[in-house]
Design a protein around this ligand. Structure first.
Ligand SMILES: NC(=O)C1=CN([C@@H]2O[C@H](COP(=O)(O)OP(=O)(O)OC[C@H]3O[C@@H](n4cnc5c(N)ncnc54)[C@H](OP(=O)(O)O)[C@@H]3O)[C@@H](O)[C@H]2O)C=CC1
Ligand SMILES: Cc1cn([C@H]2C[C@H](O)[C@@H](COP(=O)(O)OP(=O)(O)O[C@H]3O[C@@H](C)C(=O)[C@@H](O)[C@H]3O)O2)c(=O)[nH]c1=O
Length: 292
């Protein structure tokens, strides 16, 4: 099948390209310079030229703190750009697979967020991603929105790479222990998306709608950092194990408020034949790649 991918140089974009390496599908992958999703004419020109069977949107504005000082830019990519993609997909009559975030929730829950829970993002990034979800739902039926969380991979910038770098540079790290969520390997998310594309190719339809897709084992950022350091030490990426201090969110000064708890209920993904990401196993894989 013909798959059009936006945001090809991001974590998900790169993992998705890797996932398709040994497949028969035709992938048409675009970077932000080749296809800026905020340029409506370009979106229509390219989608009409490629005539894909399905569109996968891996493009997004993901700088959570920076978004607080440039909300218009974040909104333009995460909502207006998504609107243009929805319009173009509708124009061609093809489905759109889109990715959203756990940061659409307020973080006040004490048990996993279900699809019925109210959204109430605290950060500009979360607000713009929620607007993107809403615009898709208002414009087209044939879509899948996968809300994911704490994405890491061997590519780009992410928490795993930050902790490995800090672990090699410093004797001591301090990481927040009062924010809970589920790490997700971008490679597992990429496989899940390919699985959806192939189900669509086979059946001509999917159970359209919004789903939660993440790792299945909740932890705190501190717990995640500890797992990263232990494994990085085992794989000899870090020689001297740094001291890992527990801190509260108020001690880590950042522009954007993060949810205290953003664990998502994953039960609905079995309806679309997906399994959660095994982030512990994937972490080994990523650290081995970082060591090559
Ligand atoms: N990273 C995370 O922890 C999480 C991510 N998500 C969501 O998952 C998806 C994938 O995230 P991830 O791969 O980590 O993100 P990245 O930040 O790694 O990649 C995003 C990509 O989008 C591209 N992009 C930015 N603006 C535009 C634009 N106007 N037109 C086209 N492309 C653009 C960027 O290009 P360039 O580099 O040139 O700017 C970049 O390559 C996103 O929707 C994100 O919101 C959800 C939860 C957690
Ligand atoms: C590097 C570092 C971070 N932290 C804290 C800050 C923050 O509360 C938390 C996570 O830090 P980051 O800034 O790396 O992660 P952040 O950018 O908040 O990650 C988010 O990205 C967006 C795109 C999403 O959609 C979310 O699901 C989530 O993955 O860890 C520490 O306490 N100590 C540290 O040394």
């Amino acid at each position: 099948m013909r798959i059009l991918l936006t945001g090809k140089n991001g974590q998900l974009g790169r993992c998705f390209q890797d996932t398709l390496l040994n497949c028969q599908h035709e992938l048409f992958a675009f970077s932000s310079t080749e296809l800026d999703i905020t340029q409506r004419d370009k979106v229509f020109e390219i989608t009409r030229r490629i005539t894909p069977d399905i569109i996968v949107n891996a493009a997004a504005y993901t700088a959570v703190d920076k978004a607080e000082s440039e909300p218009d830019k974040a909104f333009l990519v995460n909502c207006t750009g998504v609107k243009f993609l929805s319009e173009a997909a509708s124009d061609l009559g093809v489905p759109l697979i889109h990715i959203s975030t756990d940061y659409v929730f307020d973080g006040e829950a004490v048990e996993p967020y279900t699809l019925n829970n109210t959204t109430d993002p605290k950060s500009i990034y979360g607000k713009t991603k929620l607007s993107g979800e809403k615009v898709i739902r208002s414009m087209m039926t044939d879509h899948i929105i996968l809300r994911t969380s704490w994405v890491f991979s061997e590519y780009g910038n992410n928490f795993v790479k930050s902790i490995v770098r800090l672990g090699t540079e410093r004797n001591e790290l301090s990481v927040v222990a009062d924010q809970y969520g589920c790490p997700t390997y971008a490679g597992d998310l990429a496989e899940a998306i390919l699985n959806l594309c192939e189900q669509y190719e086979k059946n001509g339809r999917l159970e359209w709608g919004t789903y939660h897709y993440s790792g299945d084992n909740p932890t705190s950022w501190h717990g995640f950092a500890r797992a990263i350091l232990v494994k990085a030490n085992r794989f000899q990426l870090i020689v001297n194990f740094p001291k890992l201090n527990v801190i509260g969110s108020e001690q880590y000064k950042v522009a954007a408020e993060r949810p205290r708890y953003s664990v998502m209920d994953l039960s609905a993904i079995s309806r679309i034949n997906l399994m959660p990401s095994n982030w512990c196993k994937a972490l080994d894989k990523v650290l081995i790649k970082l060591n090559e």
